[in-house]
Design a protein around this ligand. Structure first.
Ligand code: SIN
Length: 337
């Protein structure tokens, strides 16, 4: 699916939140964006695993219907207890996690969590993972016909499952196999969630695009670790963990910049986005949408605040819409001397 399919014209979905907050300084800014055929009222999504199980947990802190989309915690075919504690460790400018894809499994999720998402008033993106390509196939085949799911994000980039942080998104052939398998089994828009822990992320992004992904999202967490010098042990049982938060923002921005220039499908920027200014930077390098992750742990209303503040920043940038502003990064070489 090529970039031309997501350009202007598509109105926000019926019943979705309007782009701007009625109280904001620039309520008329058009925030709507399209990820292939999926239209979002605004580009602000929540990142998988950082917004509770269903997102409902955050309802006391923000109006969920104001968000562009909620991406739920990764679901696997069968329940996973996750890794033994400790599972998180705060760092100077971020968070290490080794959750291990804890989730109730697909059947319980459909029975208990999906109903909570149905009247939330915004787009819902399910995030799936499997231990083998066949497990991804199995899950994808069970998605169609489930009411209340607008897209599927395929987590091929979790570093906390196999020892050593390995994941499907480190190999273009495995990426292609998993994404084409999902593509063949669902009519939902397919988003491939990529890992930064690769030699060349553009190779993996192209493999996902060739396999039929409607969009790519990046980045998942960077490999990192923590050790306790007193006990002389690694903090995490797996030793390796995933780093997120402000520390990774410049790294993520660079990878998003590169992938935007390597593929034709929309790119969703993820990595240390905490403020509307951060979101503007990812949109400027060409991201179509962004996901707010670790920031929601510190400030549960962070994503809604970004939605609220974007119109004023767009106006300051001289743009009437996200689509007009997106990807308008200037080149030094084109400046008049
Ligand atoms: C986890 O559950 O370990 C985190 C999810 C991820 O990194 O994809």
């Amino acid at each position: 699916m090529k970039e031309t399919r997501r350009e202007p014209g598509a109105p926000p979905p019926a019943g979705a939140a309007p782009g701007g907050d009625p109280d904001s300084a620039a309520p008329d800014a058009d925030l709507a964006v399209s990820l292939g055929d999926l239209v979002l009222a605004n580009p602000v999504m929540t990142a998988s695993g950082t917004f509770g199980g269903s997102g409902r947990e955050f309802a006391p802190y923000l109006d969920l219907s104001k968000l562009g989309a909620i991406v739920v915690k990764t679901i696997t075919p069968r329940p996973r207890p996750g890794n033994p504690p400790p599972r998180t460790r705060e760092t100077a400018a971020g968070l290490l996690n080794s959750i291990g894809l804890q989730n109730p499994g697909f059947d319980r999720w459909v029975g208990e969590v999906l109903p909570l998402l149905r009247d939330i008033g915004t787009r819902v993106v399910i995030n799936i993972a499997g231990e083998t390509p066949a497990e991804y196939d199995e899950l994808a085949g069970r998605l169609d016909g489930l009411p209340g799911i607008d897209a599927v994000e395929v987590n091929i980039s979790c570093p906390n499952v196999e020892q050593g942080g390995a994941c499907p998104a480190q190999d273009p052939a495995v990426t292609h196999r998993v994404i084409s398998g999902v593509r063949a089994r669902t009519r939902l828009p397919v988003i491939a969630k990529l890992s930064p822990n690769v030699e060349d992320v553009t190779v993996i992004a192209r493999a996902a695009e060739d396999a039929g992904a409607d969009a790519v999202s990046l980045v998942n967490t960077f490999l990192g670790t923590a050790v306790d010098w007193r006990t002389r042990r690694p903090v995490f049982r797996n030793v390796v963990a995933g780093l997120s938060g402000p520390a990774i923002k410049p790294l993520a921005l660079w990878l998003v910049y590169r992938v935007v220039r390597a593929v034709s499908v929309p790119v969703i920027g993820i990595g240390g986005i905490s403020t509307a200014e951060d979101a503007m930077e990812f949109l400027l390098v060409g991201a179509t949408a962004i996901q707010v992750g670790t920031a929601s742990f510190r400030t549960p209303s962070a994503a809604a605040r970004i939605v609220r503040e974007l119109p004023a920043l767009l106006r300051e940038a001289g743009a009437g819409s996200v689509r007009e502003y997106r990807g308008t990064l200037r080149s030094w070489s084109h400046e008049a001397s």
